[in-house]
Design a protein around this ligand. Structure first.
Ligand SMILES: Cc1cc2nc3c(=O)[nH]c(=O)nc-3n(C[C@H](O)[C@H](O)[C@H](O)COP(=O)(O)OP(=O)(O)OC[C@H]3O[C@@H](n4cnc5c(N)ncnc54)[C@H](O)[C@@H]3O)c2cc1C
Length: 393
């Protein structure tokens, strides 16, 4: 007998888990197929920030920032054990690209988009407090701003969202690697491989949430669906000894003025990230020596204590962004999520390109809105905007 679901989701990253939660909350039968493990891809290799993305303001992506800030506020309430508010410090030196008035303007807009609640207020750190900032270099320092944003454990958040989806009735098969998707008049047949052998199931619609594998999955679909030209851009983080007491530092890399975060992480310090175009099998992505050097250089530039022995890299990992293929630098490219249906009237296949960990719930809601004509209407059993997420004990 062939299994039947209303929705099949390919990928157990934050987007796959988010869509499963949203679909199950609307009363749909849903199956998630993940080839490796939950959050095995990008969703365990991010910067682990639940943030609006201050720097996206410069690109004019106000809607993205507003949406992410709204989701941040929600996740702080729904997942207090997983998403924590942190002070972010933004130092401005004599040679920093942006001047203090520009930072002030950006932070004011950021607070405004967050709804100017109490938690969104920023301030300028008085000069006599600079020596409390975890040994931050003060030579040539003009100003330091402090604003709130949030940090999470990305893999734990993904597992919590999937757990919530399963509690609502979603099924997860793992490891289960999708081999073929045949779209037909009544929906789709999905063929996948498990340790026990090949299996197939029927569904009304499929969501392709395969992250950096997104176009590889589309190559397994018949008839051939539309595709976006994308570029995979790897981002590396390093973990070093020593911790930060005060919070997270938002710095400008001396080599190319890109944003680099220096963050406390499980009693150590996490530094990231880079942007290097990647061509190859997403499963093989590895930090490059030049990226590790770039991050060590940035850390040592701002924190003199890292200029000596403490610079040993304990761990390095790389994740892949899915960005629109364009000629300009990856840093300035849009981070907006793109949802691509195979057809507009009644999609059988919807593909998620890009996206933010922070906005997973809003993205999942948008996915379900696209799929409304393809799925039967049920009485909702829950609302993801009020479902608490539990950290694993
Ligand atoms: C370096 C970096 C830093 C980032 N930092 C942040 C941040 O601080 N804050 C933020 O909000 N966002 C951040 N992001 C963005 C965010 O991490 C990603 O948008 C998000 O994790 C993508 O999740 P996903 O579910 O789409 O993809 P993934 O997490 O990659 O999941 C895709 C899954 O699909 C599975 N899969 C693939 N092919 C198949 C198949 N054939 N069959 C079955 N399963 C399959 C894979 O195994 C994988 O688990 C960052 C991204 C990067 C790269």
């Amino acid at each position: 007998m062939t299994d039947r679901y209303e929705l099949v989701v390919i990928g157990g990253g934050i987007h796959g888990a988010g869509v499963a939660q949203a679909a199950a909350a609307q009363g749909h039968s849903v199956l998630v197929l993940e080839q490796t493990a939950l959050a095995a891809g990008t969703s365990s290799r991010s910067s682990k920030l639940i943030h609006g993305g201050l720097r996206y303001l410069e690109g004019g992506h106000l809607n993205l920032v507003r949406e992410c800030l709204h989701e941040r506020a929600l996740l702080l309430k729904l997942a207090p054990d997983l998403v924590k508010l942190r002070p972010f410090y933004l130092p401005v030196y004599r040679d920093t690209h942006r001047r203090p008035w520009e930072i002030r303007l950006g932070l004011s807009l950021y607070a405004l988009l967050a709804g100017i609640d109490k938690i969104s207020r920023y301030h300028r750190v008085p000069r006599h407090h600079w020596d409390r900032l975890d040994g931050l270099a003060t030579d040539g320092l003009d100003a330091v701003f402090c604003y709130p944003d949030a940090q999470t454990d990305d893999a734990a958040l993904t597992r919590a969202v999937m757990h919530s989806a399963q509690t609502l009735g979603a099924e997860l098969r793992m490891p289960a690697s999708v081999q073929q998707v045949e779209c037909h008049a009544k929906g789709a047949t999905v063929h996948y491989r498990t340790a026990q052998g090949s299996v197939q199931c029927e569904c009304l619609a499929v969501v392709n949430a395969a992250g950096p594998w997104v176009n590889q999955v589309l190559q397994k679909v018949t008839p051939v669906p539309p595709q976006l030209a994308v570029e995979l851009v790897q981002g590396t983080h390093i973990l070093v000894r020593g911790t930060l007491i005060q919070g997270i530092y938002y710095l400008e890399a001396p080599r190319d003025r890109r944003a680099v975060f220096v963050m406390p992480w499980r009693g150590k310090t996490l530094v990231g990230t880079t942007e290097t175009v990647f061509r190859g099998d997403p499963a093989q992505v590895q930090p490059l020596q030049d990226e590790i050097d770039y991050l060590r250089e940035t850390l040592a530039h701002y924190f003199p204590r890292y200029r000596s022995g403490e610079r040993q890299v304990l761990q390095a990992f790389a994740g892949l962004r899915v960005l629109p293929a364009q000629a300009d630098s990856p840093f300035s490219r849009s981070r907006e999520t793109v949802l691509l249906p195979d057809r507009t009237d009644k999609p059988q296949l919807l593909t998620i390109y890009g996206g933010k960990l922070t906005a997973y719930r809003a993205t999942a809601a948008a996915v379900m809105a696209h799929l409304r004509p393809s799925l039967p209407a049920h009485k909702a059993i829950a609302d993801t905007a009020s479902l608490a997420l539990q950290a694993e004990s």
